[in-house]
Design a binder for this molecule. Structure first.
Ligand SMILES: [Zn+2]
Length: 426
């Protein structure tokens, strides 16, 4: 894809390219020899983008004011480096790093006979194994959990989750509601959500703090809310982001589910109307099967348990982002409480490995987004707290979306420590 196309994905507020941009190729993408760079923009990303229009680059981040992260094909590396931009190398050979990351350990089902092994968190896995792992985990705790499905993806896959409860019994407490992998290429998010699920279940009997948390809430945890996109990242294109929805008359595939929620969807500048864009918002709010199903489920939670805390787990950048995304001056009515809680979580995260997370309202801290999940959960879903967490790496180095498997466990452990703190407070 030409960066002229890519830049339209980044631009959001002011796309530089028309809707006539070429579709991303529907074939197996080979990133061998691509180098990925984080380019310092000194608060002027437009000036950098202007220099890159002739490159067939792949964009990683969207609208970040401080750095522009991109991958450059091997044959253009020399010309790119001749520009003399201030860069940090993210991937010496993106294809090689994808190959290493994509060496999945096999998962052998343990059925209901035993709790799955923690070795699950030593590598990434095929989508089918994520389903088996979740079913195995649930089967070990049949009296405190159940698997549920909320509907089907565009290609007909079940969107599944696990419901976990404590001593109050099934469906008796306020809801804690987690989504993972809305953006297909953000693989670490499924693993972190699974790690939290694993420990909520396995530590209930032995850890008083976990027991107290479990007894206060009903948990509804969906590790992969974009299953079609996630499968596509494993079969065709590791850097795919959107769902896999086709629309008549459009050559480009996919809608950004996190720009499709029915709250402030029509506001301009926080999503794209170009079907080829990475942030394509769809033709109407909620016109993706995935968001329709998630919206119906959210309504059920709102009208029954009420949503105490919602977190949408993403990567990357190391942020805890609070409402709102659609307007940089809008704040949640309990903003001070949200802000202080997020700071406390960042402190707990840092205590594990020194990893620094930045906290603040989504729009003013990172960039403007419309039709995003936390905005919807706050304004329509009635969630007391609704956040986006952008996991490792920070972005200037460390792998972008292709985070080495050796970082799954530390990423998960620091989030577990952070979320335990949050759940004890809310
Ligand atoms: Zn994301």
């Amino acid at each position: 894809m030409k960066l002229s196309t890519a830049i339209s994905l980044l631009a959001g507020a002011a796309p530089l390219v028309s809707a006539a941009a070429a579709p991303r190729l529907e074939r197996k993408m080979n990133y061998d020899g691509y180098k990925a760079y984080s380019i310092a923009t000194h608060h002027n990303p437009a000036a950098i983008k202007a220099k890159l229009t002739r490159f067939a680059a792949i964009p990683f981040n969207l609208d970040n004011d401080e750095h522009l992260d991109i991958a450059i094909p091997a044959e253009e590396v020399a010309a790119f480096e001749a520009l003399g931009l201030e860069t940090q190398l993210m991937h010496e050979d993106l294809g090689a790093d994808i190959a290493e990351e994509g060496t999945f350990a096999p998962y052998t089902s343990v059925g209901a006979q035993a709790v799955p092994s923690l070795t699950w968190f030593n590598s990434y896995h095929a989508y089918a194994d994520h389903i088996t792992f979740f079913n195995d985990l649930q089967a070990s705790f049949p009296n405190a959990s159940e698997i549920f499905t909320i509907g089907k993806s565009f290609q007909g896959r079940d969107i599944f989750g696990i419901h976990i409860w404590g001593s109050g019994g099934k469906g008796s407490k306020p809801a804690i509601y987690f989504h993972g992998t809305v953006h297909a290429r953000e693989w670490i998010s499924a693993k972190v959500v699974e790690y939290i699920t694993y420990h909520l279940l396995t530590q209930y009997a032995t850890d008083a703090a976990v027991r107290a948390i479990r007894d206060k809430f009903d948990f509804y945890i969906l590790p992969v809310v974009n299953p079609d996109g996630f499968v596509y990242t494993q079969t065709n294109d590791r850097l795919w982001r959107k769902n896999r929805q086709t629309r008549s008359g459009q050559s480009c595939v996919g809608t950004d589910q996190n720009r499709n929620w029915n709250y402030q969807w029509s506001v301009t500048g926080g999503a794209s109307t170009s079907p080829c864009s990475e942030t394509y918002k769809g033709l109407a709010a909620g016109d993706t099967p995935e968001i329709r199903a998630l919206t119906a489920f959210t309504t059920t939670l709102k009208n029954s348990r009420g949503i105490r805390l919602y977190i949408d787990w993403h990567s990357y950048g190391q942020y805890i982002l609070l409402p709102y995304g659609y307007d940089c001056s809008a704040r949640a009515s309990n903003h001070a409480a949200q802000s202080s809680l997020a700071s406390g979580m960042a402190t707990r995260i840092r205590q594990s490995y020194g990893t620094t997370f930045t906290t603040g309202p989504s729009c003013s801290t990172l960039y403007k987004t419309t039709g995003s999940a936390p905005d919807y959960m706050t304004a329509v879903g009635g969630a007391t707290y609704a956040w986006t967490i952008e996991l490792r790496p920070a972005g200037s180095s460390g792998g972008g979306f292709v985070l080495p498997a050796t970082q799954i466990l530390p990423s998960s452990i620091e989030q577990w420590e952070g979320i335990k703190y949050v759940l004890a407070q809310v």
